[in-house]
Design a binder for this molecule. Structure first.
Ligand SMILES: Cc1ncc(COP(=O)(O)O)c(C=O)c1O
Length: 393
């Protein structure tokens, strides 16, 4: 049977792999040779599941959104990752990776962050496990997501503002990789999305797969069948989407819809719609679609949403798009904002700007009345309230 999951060599079709500088080769090999054994051990699973339950508050609810369902003419459920401790799906992954780092004897944790949700989640688990934590964040994002910066500091992390490029997620990731190159032996790099060299995309997808595991069980309870007709999620690097689709990925009855950031419009040059505009390239250790110029230089992406403002895309999603297993929609800044206000008014839920892009996809789709649609609300909107208000001024 055709599989859309990773193959033995770390590829999804022609996407993925591990393209790293020589100095990191050993670290990546060590991780590759360790992660599956650890993630599949009973001892790890027990500790991970217990923390997801008692610390994160899982399972997250699958909420039947009545008024939104009426509006879009389908049975719409929201997977409420916004209700997790620290306010987004990112904590599922950081808990898993910190448990792995501890088992590998690493003492120093580094991370990159865009919206700050992965930074906050990493700082949180470092506080919990008493580990040193350094977070790289583009200066633009430090400014637009300053509440998260204060939280990281309060949690004891060192936040390093990055001033290269357009000072967003790509630049923060570059800096984190540079740090890793300087401290390969004692440092563990917690990547926050399904990006980076193999085994990161697969490891992050597995750690986030709890989302789809729960959706299956919750749908069976609520609808008497364990699968929806549609799954919708936003994609920055792709981790909340990977978690949402993981256990459904090879079941082609289910339509997968990925919402990427159109920015000011995909034809304007101010966009982060990587899957639609990217060409094959290498970014942060993986072969995938990259927004680049004719000389192969990475172009600066743009999105109002710091978490989607990335010129690459996880190889798992690049392959889904290339194989036409997923439908990819670009949702522009204004469409996302409108969708965020709509959710707030109809359901009393203020979503993160990233999640608002998934909601913005609804307007671009046509459903049948009995279609079961599950949309992942990847995070809550507390960090974005100022942006929402400023946009509507
Ligand atoms: C709430 C939220 N959703 C989505 C994303 C995008 O990341 P990913 O595509 O890995 O889920 C981010 C990234 O910061 C985020 O904070």
């Amino acid at each position: 049977m055709k599989s859309f999951l990773v193959d033995q060599d770390g590829y999804y079709g022609e996407f993925g792999g591990a393209y790293v500088p020589e100095i990191l080769h050993k670290c990546v090999e060590e991780l590759k040779n360790t992660y599956l054994e650890v993630l599949e051990s009973e001892e790890f699973k027990k500790e991970f599941d217990q923390l997801l339950r008692d610390y994160v508050g899982r399972p997250s609810p699958l909420y039947p959104a009545r008024r939104l369902s009426e509006k879009y003419g389908c049975k719409l459920y929201l997977k409420r990752e916004d209700l997790n401790h620290t306010g987004a799906h990112k904590i599922n992954n950081t808990i898993g990776q910190i448990l792995l780092a501890r088992r590998m004897g690493k003492k120093r944790i580094i991370a990159e962050t865009g919206a700050g949700q992965h930074g906050v989640a990493t700082a949180t688990v470092c506080a919990l496990m008493n580990m040193e934590c350094i977070v790289y964040m583009g200066k633009t994002d430090v400014e637009r997501q300053h509440i998260n910066v204060e939280k990281m500091k309060m949690l004891g992390a060192t936040v390093i503002p990055v001033t290269s490029g357009n000072m967003t997620l790509k630049d923060a990731t570059n800096e984190a990789i540079r740090d890793w190159c300087c401290h390969p032996s004692d440092t563990y790099y917690i990547i926050g999305s399904t990006v980076g060299p193999h085994p990161y995309p697969d490891m992050v997808a597995r750690l986030q797969s709890v989302i789809s595991k729960e959706i299956k069980k919750q749908l069976l309870e609520k609808e008497g069948r364990d699968h929806p007709d549609y799954l919708i999620a936003c994609v920055g690097g792709g981790s909340n989407a990977a978690g949402t689709i993981y256990h459904f990925i090879n079941d082609e009855r289910i339509n997968i819809v990925l919402a990427e950031a159109g920015g000011k419009g995909i034809e304007t040059g101010m966009t982060a719609a990587t899957i639609q505009l990217g060409k094959m390239g290498i970014i942060h250790g993986a072969r995938t679609y990259v927004i680049q110029d004719e000389d192969g230089q990475i172009e600066e992406p743009y999105s109002i949403s710091a978490g989607l403002d990335y010129p690459g895309i996880g190889p798992i999603h690049a392959n889904l798009a290339a194989q036409k297993r997923a439908t990819v929609l670009a949702v522009n800044d204004d469409e996302a904002i409108e969708a965020a206000y709509e959710l707030t008014k109809l359901e009393g839920i203020i979503p993160a700007l990233e999640s608002a892009h998934a909601l913005g996809a609804l307007k671009k789709m046509k459903f049948k009345a009995d279609d079961i649609v599950v949309l992942t609300v990847s995070g809550r909107g507390d960090k974005d309230v100022e942006t929402y208000l400023a946009f509507n001024d």
